[in-house]
Ligand binder design. Structure first.
Ligand code: BG6
Length: 486
């Protein structure tokens, strides 16, 4: 669909004075503008409590830009940005918003995106007010779409309640629940890697794959987000959404087409095949100093690092362990999916143990794909060495950074393509898996201990043993080795 269509568009950001608007949404919209991918007539309206004159709001947004565009281009773009001060919990904010929309849209019918960039507890309130103000109504010929940031609910119950309120104002087809990991080029590439090639899919199953590890490590700590994070914890912040979404892309069956619902159906199916995760298959840790952060309780038991081991009970994956791990304040920032293959069924060489093949999909940074395999060590009689076949986006596409996830996702909302947005049933299945772990960690006698780790460490002590799936191939097959804790 052409985004440069005649119909004007208004993009309304609710919670506009926050970090997300400045760091992600406006830079993404500006890039789309520079690439000529926004409709010709567009308006961006910010709504927040902080009183800002338009100019000051624009200046604040400009500080969030890191690259791209000349000052003139920014000025031309910024002309389209206005601001309304108001409390999104109060009906009169929507009266002011309506007045501003009337002014910028000039009374003509326009498409509208309402972007919820507020604290999650406000989502149902905002949806309710938009509904009551008739702002979800499409009878004037313009569509209305709503984008909801994560977390979508804080457990299964609240996610369902949020859906109930959302659906009282909007149809399911109008709701775009954002998971920015799905907008990352490398995450999108998983389906292309699997289904645009013939050589990987035949081995993509329990007959050839030993284990899968999805690891998202962050070097940043929780920064100024203490109050949010202490309530959320790492499982709600990263696992219920990003990690389980990545897992669904790796493990789903091939959809019959690339249409939104075909893809979303397969994702839900595979997540539904994961049995409840016993507490014995969970690991949790907290970095030292976390409790001193603003907004964090003195005795907080909130995990800033977690690892889970789960299985997928279907024909493709039965018996293959999937490990998920993620944490804050670690030595490096990296998101990788490591697929470890089984050892050859019979080893004919007389040689020291060697590595099984491993395929690594690097989501970030230095995005790419590595395939590790064995070659004969030159000069030796019977010895191998692990080497890498590598693809890096940089080598093919140069140093220009890949488009930011928000750029792609906002464009998809504009063109009405929901493929990369989790559907409510996928969100519910994910909560069903995560809720019992969170509850168990709080109350169950068999909950794993909360391990402390130093900020900047490679991993918490003991996690390598938990994730101990390192395997070396020997004549008798794969032999698990004492994991290396470094
Ligand atoms: C967000 C989480 O959804 O994802 C943050 O709330 C986390 O805690 C962030 O830092 C990680 O995203 P990225 O794109 O930097 O890997």
């Amino acid at each position: 669909m052409n985004t440069n269509e005649a119909q004007p568009i208004s993009i309304i950001i609710i919670g506009a004075s926050g970090d997300l608007t400045q760091r992600k949404l406006i830079p993404a919209l500006f890039h789309l503008y520079l690439k000529g991918r926004l409709p010709r007539h567009f308006n961006i309206i910010g709504l927040s409590r902080t009183p800002y004159p338009h100019d000051q709001f624009r200046a604040h947004l400009r500080e969030g830009l890191t690259s791209n565009g000349s000052p003139q281009e920014w000025e031309a773009f910024a002309e389209h940005i206005s601001y309304v001060a108001g409390n999104s919990q109060q009906p009169d904010a929507y009266t002011h918003l309506q007045a501003m929309l009337q002014e910028v849209e000039g009374g003509h019918s326009a498409n509208r995106i309402y972007y919820f960039a507020t604290a999650p507890d406000l989502f149902p309130i905002i949806a309710g007010h938009l509904g009551d103000a008739g702002m979800a109504d499409e009878r004037d010929g313009g569509w209305r779409r709503v984008v909801v940031e994560k977390p979508y609910g804080e457990d299964l119950h609240s996610a369902r309640e949020l859906d109930r309120v959302m659906h009282s104002a909007f149809r399911e087809g109008q709701i775009y629940r954002i998971d920015h990991y799905l907008g990352k080029e490398t995450a999108q590439n998983i389906l292309f890697f699997r289904f645009a090639n013939t050589i990987f899919e035949p081995v993509w199953n329990r007959n050839y794959i030993d284990s899968v590890h999805i690891a998202v490590e962050e070097s940043v700590d929780i920064g100024r987000r203490g109050a949010y994070f202490d309530q959320a914890g790492i499982l709600r912040d990263m696992f219920q959404n990003h990690l389980l979404q990545l897992l669904s892309l790796i493990a789903m069956e091939p959809p019959a087409s690339f249409r939104a619902d075909a893809v979303r159906n397969e994702k839900v199916k595979v997540l539904s095949a994961i049995p409840p995760i016993p507490l014995s298959q969970t690991f949790r840790a907290q970095y030292a100093g976390y409790r001193q952060a603003k907004g964090v309780a003195d005795e907080s038991q909130t995990a800033t690092y977690a690892a889970l081991k789960l299985s997928i009970d279907n024909w493709r994956w039965k018996g293959v362990p999937f490990y998920l791990s993620s944490g804050k304040a670690l030595a490096r920032r990296t998101s990788e999916i490591r697929i470890l293959f089984q050892c050859p069924p019979h080893v004919i060489f007389e040689m020291p143990p060697f590595n099984p093949n491993q395929l690594t999909i690097i989501i970030q940074p230095d995005e790419g794909i590595h395939l590790q395999f064995e070659v004969k060590e030159p000069g030796s009689a019977q010895q191998t060495r692990s080497v890498d076949m590598e693809f890096h986006y940089k080598s093919y596409y140069g140093e220009t950074p890949l488009p930011d996830a928000y750029e792609r996702l906002l464009l998809d909302v504009i063109i009405g393509d929901a493929s990369l947005f989790p559907r409510n049933d996928a969100i519910e299945v994910a909560w069903r898996l995560i809720d019992p772990i969170i509850a168990g960690w709080q109350h169950a006698p068999d909950a794993p201990p909360l391990i402390s780790y130093e900020p900047g460490s490679t991993a918490p002590d003991g996690v390598s043993a938990f994730l101990g799936h390192a395997c070396r191939c020997r004549p008798g097959g794969c032999q698990r080795e004492e994991p290396d804790e470094t």
